[in-house]
Design a protein around this ligand. Sequence first.
Ligand SMILES: [Zn+2]
Length: 143
Amino acid sequence: MVLNGKCHCGNIAIELEWEGIPTEIPARACGCSFCIKHGGVWTSNPNSRLVVAIRDKSLVSKYAFGSRTALFHVCSRCGGVPLVTSEIANHLYAVVNVNVLENVDQSKLRRSSINFEGEDVESRLERRARNWISSVRIVERDA
Ligand SMILES: [Zn+2]
C-alpha cells in the first residue's frame, strides 16, 4: 500500500510505497536532541519506495548537526519535518516522520523509543544502510 503524508502546508509531500499491506509499522521516537525538540517519530522499511514531491524547494530548509551525516528536511513555511535523509556511499537513504502520514491506521504503529547517542559514525551509517528506505526520489512538482 501507499502511505501518504505531507507537511502542514503541503509544500513537502510524501508517498511511501510499502510492500503489501503492513500489519505493523515501526514508529521510533528518536531521542536525539533535535527530535526531542520536534517530537520526531520515524519509520522506514528497507524494501519500501519513497517519492518526495516538493512544491517550492526554496521553502525547504535542510538542517544537520552533530556528525552532520543526516539531513533534516524542514518546511520553512509551516515548520513540518517530513523526512530525514542520509547519503551513504553515493546512495540516498531516508526515514519518514509518522506524524505527517495521513492514511495510517494508528493501531498499526508499533511505537518504540530509540536513542543512538554515543554510537560511532561508522556503525551509524551501517545501521542506516541496513534499515532505512533505500529507494528515495525527490521531485519538484508544480503548485
Ligand atoms: Zn509546509
